[in-house]
Design a protein around this ligand. Structure first.
Ligand SMILES: C[S@@+](CC[C@H](N)C(=O)[O-])C[C@H]1O[C@@H](n2cnc3c(N)ncnc32)[C@H](O)[C@@H]1O
Length: 149
């Protein structure tokens, strides 16, 4: 099983290929994901990205590359801060704010976004808003997308 933990930061996962562009964290691959990825097509079983994609400048390239490297039936799990939470505004390296709609353009049913260069067509398996209980407001958004046949 080949599994990518992208933008791993301090969250190194044993048994995964841990990737980050920042030299201060332990990684297996030091790489800036804002460029074509080094993995071959259909070689990866699973991808996890925790609080990464809000830092990614070229999200279209990123999602197309995720789709390319995943095996058929492979899944990507993405977690980001919800746009309505102070976390979203608390890091100067965030380049975007996201809502529960933000992964729709990368799904099978989103033909109207193809002019943006989107070539992936994921099956959107899950969209979940995770509440920050102490504050009583949406904290994170979690998606699971699958590369279908
Ligand atoms: C907020 S941290 C999240 C760390 C970890 N995934 C977690 O959930 O605790 C974001 C991480 O993404 C990395 N990152 C940001 N932009 C990146 C890029 N273009 N390529 C690779 N890693 C990137 C940062 O260096 C940082 O370690």
């Amino acid at each position: 099983m080949q599994k990518l933990n992208l933008g791993c930061g301090k969250n190194y996962r044993e048994g995964w290929i841990n990737v980050d562009c920042c030299g201060q964290f332990k990684t297996d691959v030091a790489f800036n994901l804002d460029q074509p990825w080094p993995w071959v097509a259909e070689s990866i079983d699973e991808i996890y990205c925790g609080h990464l994609v809000e830092h990614i400048v070229d999200l279209v390239l990123f999602m197309n590359e995720a789709f390319r490297v995943l095996k058929v039936g492979g899944r990507i799990e993405i977690k980001v801060p919800h746009y309505g939470h102070p976390w979203a505004y608390g890091d100067p390296s965030h380049v975007r704010f996201m809502s529960d709609e933000s992964m729709f353009p990368f799904s099978k049913n989103a033909a109207s976004f193809r002019h943006l260069g989107i070539t992936c067509s994921f099956i959107l398996k899950k969209t979940e808003i995770i509440v920050d209980k102490p504050r009583g407001i949406p904290g994170e958004i979690r998606w699971v997308l699958e590369k279908g046949k």
